[in-house]
Design a protein around this ligand. Structure first.
Ligand SMILES: C[S@@+](CC[C@H](N)C(=O)[O-])C[C@H]1O[C@@H](n2cnc3c(N)ncnc32)[C@H](O)[C@@H]1O
Length: 350
């Protein structure tokens, strides 16, 4: 989950991440409740699209099964994602059931359906954070990336509606060669629209982006550095980093939480609509199936074992073993390492 989140306002993320870290067991999950989507994003790791007419969705009993297993494992948070959760018929049910189990609930949405009414409903059900992508300041460019006209203006309105409903809106941007020159402008626009948290994603080479190395930004780590300088200058308080290479070799001036891969640490579980558990959203080869395997075994033990078995398959490249910063980056992102001949993370500059 190589993303970085900058916070202009104090939030409970610090306490939460520290709690997760102490437990060292599965603590939150991204649950893809449906494959169906109303957009067709050119980099979608889940390969979702409105063109898929046979898209599946989780049944209510499957939602209950996953939430019960997560609860038993002591997980405290669930993020509903997809596909597009706002068009998932059982989303209200899924939110209520998670809240009844004392979980923090976040929703990852493209914002297309996020009217004032929907935002107010989610707030009433107990959703505390909603993530919406802004991928360009240019409406036509954002719409082209997201595959549907009108998605830019509706995403911006959705962020405003989320803030007005009292939910924390987070803007997300997938960094690519197409928008790396306007990242600062995107962040300014998102802040004007009402966000207090801004998240930048490394573009993962999976799903629709599987063969799109041409779309990788040229200056990924430099951009993260520039944005952290900007964030500091504009009063940001902290950074949550799920990026093992951030920050390497410089001080951000802000409190940085983590800078390690939360998937490799076994803290975050990613479940597809059919219950397949992935190492991360990029590495979408099933490690186990939660519906089948967690019926026999507790999820915390199962998940930890499967992550261990998975990571044991990757030996560190020679160059990493001798590198001074190995103790900090732990070899970088395992998924990215799979794309280079020498097995090094392709963003490594050491
Ligand atoms: C798969 S979408 C599903 C939720 C919702 N439909 C949406 O648009 O946010 C979840 C989010 O993951 C991020 N994402 C999707 N594909 C990605 C990729 N290839 N690399 C990095 N981030 C990606 C985007 O921020 C996207 O909005």
């Amino acid at each position: 989950m190589c993303c970085i989140t900058f916070n202009w306002k104090e939030n409970d993320a610090v306490e939460k991440v520290e709690h997760f870290r102490r437990k060292r067991t599965v603590s939150w999950a991204v649950v893809e409740v449906t494959e169906a989507c109303n957009l067709n994003c050119k980099w979608c790791y889940a390969s979702s699209s409105y063109k898929n007419k046979n898209a599946g969705f989780m049944r209510e009993d499957e939602i209950i099964f996953i939430l019960n297993r997560l609860s038993e494992a002591g997980a405290r948070q669930v993020t509903y994602s997809g596909g597009e959760p706002s068009i998932y018929p059982h989303l209200d049910f899924a939110i209520k059931e998670a809240k009844e189990r004392g979980m923090v609930v976040h929703v990852n949405t493209n914002g297309y359906m996020l009217t004032k009414g929907l935002a107010a409903k989610w707030a009433g059900l107990g959703v505390t954070q909603v993530q919406v992508n802004i991928d360009s300041t240019d409406a036509a460019k954002h719409d082209e990336i997201r595959g549907r006209a009108g998605s830019f203006s509706r995403a911006l309105k959705g962020i405003g509606n989320t803030a007005a409903a009292g939910i924390t809106p987070v803007s997300q941007t997938v960094l690519t060669s197409e928008n790396e020159g306007e990242v600062m402008r995107i962040i300014c626009l998102a802040r004007k629209a009402g966000v207090e948290r801004v998240r930048l994603w490394d573009m993962m080479l999976s799903g629709h982006a599987q063969d799109r190395r041409d779309m990788l930004p040229a200056r990924y780590l430099e951009i993260l550095k520039e944005v952290s300088e900007y964030a500091l200058q504009t009063g940001a308080k902290s950074i949550e980093a799920g990026e093992p290479l951030f920050p390497l070799g410089y001080e951000t001036g802000m409190k940085v939480m983590d800078s390690f891969c939360v998937c490799l640490a076994g803290l975050l579980a990613n479940f597809s609509v059919s219950g397949d558990a992935y190492f991360c959203c990029m590495h979408r080869k099933p490690l186990y199936n939660v519906f089948k395997d967690a019926a026999e075994e507790r999820l915390d033990g199962l998940h930890a074992r499967k992550i261990r078995e998975f990571s044991d398959r990757f030996s560190l490249p020679e160059k990493c073993v001798k590198c001074d910063v190995l103790g900090k980056c732990m070899g970088g992102c395992i998924a990215r390492r799979g794309f280079t001949p020498d097995g090094r993370d392709y963003w490594c500059t050491e």
